[in-house]
Design a protein around this ligand. Sequence first.
Ligand code: S3P
Length: 442
Amino acid sequence: MTGLVSAPVSGLKGDIGVPGDKSISHRALMIGGMAVGETTIRGLLLGDDVLRTATALEAMGVSIKRDSDDVWRVWGVGVGGLQEPDDVLDLGNSGTGARLLMGLVATHPIQVQFTGDASLRSRPMGRIATPLGQMGTQVIARDGDKMPLTVIGARMAMPIEYKLPVPSAQIKSAVLLAGLNTPGETSVIETRPSRNHTELMLRHFGATLTVTDEAPDRRVITLTGQPELESKEVIIPGDPSSAAFPLVAALITPESEITIKNIGLNPLRIGMIDTLREMGADIDVTGARDQAGEPVADLVVRTSQLKGVTVPPERAPSMIDEYPVLAVAAAAADGVTRMRGLKELRVKESNRLAAIADGLTACGVGVEIEDDDLIVTGAPASIPGGAQIESRMDHRIAMSFLVLGMTAKQPVAIDDSHHIATSFPSFVGLMKGLGADIKENS
Ligand code: S3P
């Protein structure tokens, strides 16, 4: 367990790129693994979460080779071609890896055991088991909906139309991936659109998938089952959820100006940028371009005096992973920021609502939870800091509080930095390169 401590700094400067998008990396491996022939992937995130997905796919017959840091080659088994693994699949800390793979294997006539670390074993899996059950898959889980669990794949899978009970790209993707080896049409209905990387990637590999906005609160996504997926080249943009950490750091430390290059700006992922701009953030988006079906650009970010805003609940799916670091930005803003409708934050890698509130309180910031809303009272240039924060096996909690330490009066420490490697292994090095003062804390 390595603790870290982050001290106040000013003048963050430089150009950086952040690692590949975690969501897209998982999908590139999984969908490449279902294609026939050799898929090449550039920009894959080398985070523990994604490497666990690669190992799990290999255990089911997909051949995966890393040529150099930047090119991965995947030889898929074809839709329906996964083999029963001869051991338990351990997805570590990765909810996305676990849930999407449950969907992928669900319509293969195989039996697969899944487990993960203590954080993943505490997260609800019933939300995936329910639609898979309707397709004919059996899921036997500890305590009804927790890992370890066994997926007994359907021998004759049935297509379903499934209305998401919560806005979740993981549930949507699990159903669509299960629909791959299901005859007929599998549909998912969303009331609030969530990230659409699975849909884009399936189409990129040649699947027939339609998206119809039948009403403002009814988007229907339909996949035609049993396609023949063709191998492809995939280029993965920088992860906007990782970019959010240096972005907020530059905004809230004095005299900073940084450029974050090659960031994916899929419209369903940019709620954070919209919100920060409403708060008064100086963020220029330059060099906007299309990269393998995903919009990409560079972000130029300068120190800004932020002001409190209300973030509407409808925006949550487009920035669901950014609330911990948005709360840090809110702590440095003038006035009150109310982030509404954050129920889903309770079931992330940790209970993030509680983790943010406890951490900010320990650092002397005014914070309240009212139902599912998080309310932060900013203290520009006067956040006391000087606390040690529990990371709770949650990478985004760990990184958020290191960012807070950069603007507090006294350094902020985290007890364990280990999980940062799940999504952003180069975080500390990149931040130090910009001028951050982060050290080991024994
Ligand atoms: C993800 C979806 C989100 C997000 C997670 C990645 C994905 O989870 O929090 O980090 O890649 O589909 P939910 O779908 O459960 O909201």
